[in-house]
Design a protein around this ligand. Structure first.
Ligand SMILES: [Zn+2]
Ligand SMILES: [Zn+2]
Length: 597
C-alpha cells in the first residue's frame, strides 16, 4: 500500500540545524551591540529561521555580513549545546536585563505559553540551552554542537520589522531572517528557487501580462479580471464544465445571498460566523452573503421526492462565495475575500458510495492533469477525537471508501489521523508546482451533518425513507487561487490551449499588413486566437514584446512569405521554426492544442 511516511518537520535534523543556527545568530548579534541588545524569540520556520531583536539602531546590510562572518566562527568553534532545567525564579534572575525573556518566563510560569508564546497543553518545564557564550530560554531540540551546522549552508537573508507578539501596540522589533540547509548545494538550490519564485510571482505576472487587478478602491481581496485573464478563466471554465457534463454532473445556479434562517439550519451561523460577512437587512430579516454553496444545492435536492433509482445525483456550480479573511493574510489571488469554487455536491445511496468516491477521485486527477500538473500529494483526514457527528460505522465505511479509492488511484498518501472535520472524513489533494511547492487544491469531503440538519431523504427499494450520503467536492478549489498557482507554475507561459492570444502576426513593413490581415482571417476561421501587431515598431521590437507577453507563436511576414502564402514561425522560447505554408502552421497548432502542451 503506497502510504507515504510523513516525518514531522519538528523531528527532522534540518529543523534542529535551523533552530541551532538561530541561537548562533543571536549570539553574533548580541556581540555586535554589547550590553544594548534585547532578544525576543527565534524559532525555526519553513525553509529557515529568524530571530527578533530590540536594538539601539536599525541594522544595515553591512551588519548582516558581519553577523554572518561571526556565525561561521562560532560554528567552527564546535561549541556543545548544553541543556539546563531551572526554576522560574532562577530564569528571571538569569534574564534580569532581558524584558522579553522575562515576559516569556512569566508566561511559562502561568503555564499558559511556551517560550515562543504559543499556547501550552502540558505543564511547562523551564529550560535553557547554552552554546559558547550564549544562553537562551529554550525547549530545544538542538544539534549536539555548533559544528553540526554546515557553515557553507547558512545564509542570512534580510531584516524586516515585526511587532513583539505580533501586537501592533507592542514594540516594533527587528527580525533577521536566515536559512540553513544540510549541504551547500541545498542552499544554492533554495536560493535559486526563491529568486525564481520572485520572477514567477503571480501578482507581478498578472500586472505584466495585464490579466487582473486587486484595487484598494474596489476592496482588498476582491479581484477584477481583465479581458486576457477573463479569457483564460473562460477557457478553464469551459473545459471543466464540458468534462463535468461528460462525467454525469448536472449544473445548477444559486443566488449570492440567503436568509439568516438558511444559515442557521446549515450550521454556518453557529460554526462559521466569524468567516462570514455581516448581515444585511431586507424585509426586517437578516440576509447573508454566501460563504458556501451547499445549502442551495441541498434545497435543489429537496425540491422533489428522490427515489433510490435516480441516485447518485451530482449538482455542480461555479459558485462565487465570500469569506472574511483578515486584511493581513490576504495575498494576491492566493488568499482573497471573494472567490469562485468549482463546487459540486453528490447525493448517493450508501451502497453507491465507494464507487462514487473512486469516480470522483479519478475525475479529479483527470482534471488536474489536463492543466499540466503531474505530482500530487494526498492526505486522508480521519475522525477527530473530540465531538463528531454521524455513527462510528458510517465514519468507518466512509474512511474505508476514501482509503480504497486512494489505493486504487496509485497515489501516495499520508493519513492525517483525527484531522477530519467534525462532520466527516475527507481527502485533500495538493498539487506540486514546477518549483516543488505544494498547493492545496482539491477536496473530497464527506458530510454526515448537513443531510441530518436539512432532513434529506430518498425512498429506497423497500419503500422506506432513508438518508442519502452527501459529499462536497471542489477539484480546482478556488479558481482565483488555481489561476495564481497555474501562472506561477508556468511562469506565465501558459500552454497553447490556455493562452489568451495564441499567435501574434508581425508584418515586417506597412505593405505586408494586408497579407497579415488575410492570414488573420484564415486563422480566426480555424479557431485560433490571433492578433496583428500593426504598430510602426521595428520587427525585432515586435517579436520581443510578443515574447514578453508569453504569446506561444509569432508569425513574421515580409515579401517572401506574402508571395509564397507562408508565415515565418518563431516560438516564445526564441526558437526559429522558419517559413512554412499557413496550412502547415495550422497543423502544428492543432497538435499542440490536442496534446494540451
Ligand atoms: Zn533554542
Ligand atoms: Zn459544500
Amino acid at each position: 500500500m503506497p502510504i507515504r511516511k510523513t516525518e514531522k518537520y519538528e523531528e527532522t535534523q534540518v529543523y534542529r540545524v535551523r533552530h541551532s543556527a538561530s541561537h548562533v545568530m543571536a549570539q553574533a548579534v548580541m556581540e555586535l551591540f554589547p550590553g544594548h541588545a534585547k532578544f525576543a524569540i527565534g524559532p525555526a520556520i519553513e525553509d529557515g529561521f529568524y530571530y527578533d531583536f530590540d536594538l539601539p539602531r536599525a541594522l544595515t546590510p553591512d551588519d548582516l555580513v558581519k553577523v554572518e562572518a561571526r556565525m561561521r566562527e562560532i560554528i567552527r568553534g564546535n561549541h556543545p549545546f548544553i541543556r539546563k532545567e531551572l526554576s522560574a525564579a532562577e530564569a528571571k534572575k538569569l534574564f534580569a536585563d532581558q524584558p522579553y525573556k522575562i515576559e516569556l518566563v512569566e508566561g511559562l510560569e502561568r503555564g499558559a505559553e511556551d517560550e515562543d508564546g504559543n499556547p501550552l497543553t502540558a505543564p511547562p518545564v523551564i529550560s535553557t540551552y547554552t552554546s559558547d557564550a550564549f544562553t537562551d530560554l529554550c525547549r530545544g531540540p538542538h544539534v549536539e554542537s555548533t559544528g553540526k551546522i554546515n557553515p557553507d549552508a547558512v545564509k542570512l537573508l534580510n531584516v524586516s520589522g515585526a511587532y513583539w507578539r505580533g501586537d501592533e501596540k507592542r514594540p516594533m522589533l527587528q527580525r533577521i531572517y536566515g536559512t540553513a540547509w544540510n549541504t551547500a548545494q541545498e542552499l544554492e538550490e533554495y536560493l535559486w528557487k526563491v529568486e525564481e519564485a520572485k520572477k514567477r510571482d503571480h501578482r507581478k505576472l498578472g500586472k505584466d501580462l495585464d490579466l487582473f487587478q486587486i484595487n484598494p478602491e474596489v476592496g482588498p481581496g476582491l479581484v477584477l479580471w481583465h479581458p486576457k485573464g477573463a479569457m483564460i478563466r473562460h477557457l478553464v471554465e469551459e473545459f471543466c464544465k464540458n468534462e463535468h457534463l461528460k462525467n454525469g454532473y448536472d449544473f445548477v445556479y444559486s443566488p449570492h445571498v440567503g436568509r439568516g434562517q438558511l444559515w442557521e439550519t446549515s450550521g454556518h451561523l453557529g460554526f462559521y460566523r466569524e468567516n462570514m460577512y455581516a448581515p444585511m437587512e431586507m424585509d426586517q430579516e437578516d440576509y447573508y452573503v454566501k460563504p458556501m454553496n451547499c445549502p442551495f444545492h441541498i434545497h435543489v435536492y429537496k425540491a422533489g421526492i428522490r427515489s433510490y433509482r435516480e441516485l447518485p445525483i451530482r449538482y455542480a456550480e461555479w459558485g462565487s462565495v465570500y469569506r472574511f479573511e483578515k486584511a493581513g493574510v490576504l495575498h494576491g489571488l492566493m488568499r482573497v475575500r471573494g472567490f469562485t469554487q468549482d463546487d459540486a455536491h453528490i447525493f448517493c445511496r450508501p451502497d453507491q458510495m465507494p464507487q462514487e468516491i473512486d469516480r470522483t477521485l479519478s475525475f479529479c486527477l483527470h482534471i488536474l492533469r489536463s492543466f499540466g500538473f503531474t505530482e500530487f500529494h494526498a492526505y486522508l483526514a480521519t475522525r477527530p477525537k473530540e465531538k463528531a457527528v454521524g455513527e462510528p460505522a458510517q465514519w468507518d465505511a466512509a474512511i474505508e471508501a476514501l482509503r480504497a479509492a486512494l489505493d486504487r488511484s496509485g497515489l501516495e498518501y499520508a493519513i492525517d489521523e483525527g484531522g477530519g472535520a467534525f462532520y466527516g472524513p475527507k481527502i485533500d489533494l495538493k498539487i506540486q508546482d514546477a518549483l516543488g511547492r505544494e498547493w492545496q487544491c482539491s477536496t473530497i469531503q464527506f458530510d454526515f451533518n448537513e443531510s441530518e440538519r436539512f432532513d434529506l431523504h430518498y425512498v429506497d427499494e423497500d419503500g422506506k425513507e432513508k438518508r442519502p450520503y452527501m459529499i462536497h467536492r471542489a477539484l480546482l478549489g478556488s479558481i482565483e487561487r488555481f489561476f495564481g498557482v497555474m501562472l506561477e507554475h508556468y511562469g506565465g507561459a501558459l500552454p497553447v490551449w490556455l493562452s489568451p492570444v495564441q499567435a501574434m502576426l508581425i508584418p515586417i513593413a506597412d505593405r505586408h499588413t494586408d497579407y497579415a490581415r488575410k492570414v488573420q482571417e484564415q486563422l480566426l476561421a480555424a479557431g485560433i486566437r490571433v492578433k496583428v501587431d500593426v504598430r510602426t515598431e521595428r520587427m525585432n521590437a515586435k517579436i520581443r514584446d510578443a515574447q514578453m507577453q508569453k504569446i506561444p507563436y509569432m508569425l513574421v511576414m515580409g515579401d517572401k512569405e506574402a508571395a509564397a502564402g507562408a508565415v515565418a514561425v518563431r516560438l516564445r522560447s526564441g526558437e526559429d521554426k522558419g517559413a512554412m505554408p499557413v496550412e502547415t502552421f495550422l497543423e502544428m497548432v492543432k497538435q499542440a492544442l490536442e496534446s494540451k502542451e
